[in-house]
Design a protein around this ligand. Structure first.
Ligand code: KIV
Length: 269
């Protein structure tokens, strides 16, 4: 359990990299989960647009809107005391113009209470990253399998070795633009190792092997809540889906069998 109440800041993550200490990140979408992750001592909580799939039941992250992200980010920020809260910028909220990107990132910070935003892409978004960082909004990049480009990528497939040079170049550009960290999703371990060695900012891996400076998982995958499909790189740390199924069956049986609620003594006059 977490004994250190001092909030985690951006510079703490960069210090961790220089000291060789791994950074931990999980996703959360509501205050209760955020409070639990925070109490357990997680460094950073990502309000991922994965909520489109694991909370909203969509096939992709594309239907997630800025209003939805602000709503969930606000809930997570209420639950997190120590962990650094990072909010995903959803599809089409940062690609149209720099002015829109500033306004939208600003809402996640001002209304949502996030400390930083995350956005997907390399070269194509480097100017957006630079603009946000210039006005004081910390930005985390996201390279490799970028779920908002699912149609262009042709599905949620692991990126190949042949894309290594491009991914490394994109990572360099994000760092130059001022990103404080970069998520590497579903790329070969050796590509992640090379990027991690090259960058001075931390890399946070998901399906990118053990050489990254930190790791992130979607909490619904890690805790066995999302059962539609499980990405191959996920480690299950709990089976809460099964726990909820059996608890619900027990509740139904108790109510139907008249065992819950128990009769109460009449109130004495
Ligand atoms: O949306 C999300 O949860 C993410 C993580 C998978 C990194 O972007």
């Amino acid at each position: 359990m977490n004994k250190q109440a001092k909030p985690v800041r951006i510079h703490d993550l960069i210090d961790r990299k220089s000291r060789g200490q791994k950074i931990t990140m999980l996703t959360a979408y509501d205050a209760t989960m955020a409070r639990l992750l925070d109490r357990a001592g997680i460094d950073t909580i990502l309000v991922g647009d994965s909520l489109g799939m694991v909370v909203m039941g969509c096939e992709t992250t594309l239907p997630v809107t800025l209003d939805i992200m602000v709503h969930h980010t606000r809930a997570v920020s209420r639950g997190a005391r120590r962990a650094l809260v990072i909010a995903d910028m959803p599809f089409l909220t940062y690609q149209v113009s720099l002015a829109e990107a500033v306004r939208h990132a600003g809402r996640l910070i001002q209304e949502g209470g996030a400390a930083a935003v995350k956005l997907e892409g390399g070269r194509a978004v480097a100017d957006v990253v630079a603009r946000l960082v210039n006005i004081g909004i910390p930005v985390m990049g996201h390279l490799g399998l970028t779920p908002q480009s699912v149609h262009q990528l042709g599905g949620y497939r692991r990126r190949s070795d042949s894309e290594a040079a491009q991914t490394l170049e994109d990572a360099r550009l994000l760092q130059q633009a001022g990103a404080f960290a970069v998520v590497l999703e579903s790329i070969p371990d050796e590509t992640a190792r090379a990027i991690t060695a090259e960058l001075s900012i931390p890399t946070i891996g998901i399906g990118a092997g053990p050489h990254c400076d930190g790791q992130v998982l979607v909490s619904y995958d890690a805790f066995g809540l999302f059962q539609e499909f499980v990405p191959p790189f996920v480690k299950r740390y709990a089976n809460l889906g099964e726990t909820i199924l059996s608890a619900t069956a027990e509740y139904i049986a108790d109510v139907q069998g008249g065992r819950f609620p128990a009769a109460r003594k009449p109130i004495a006059k």
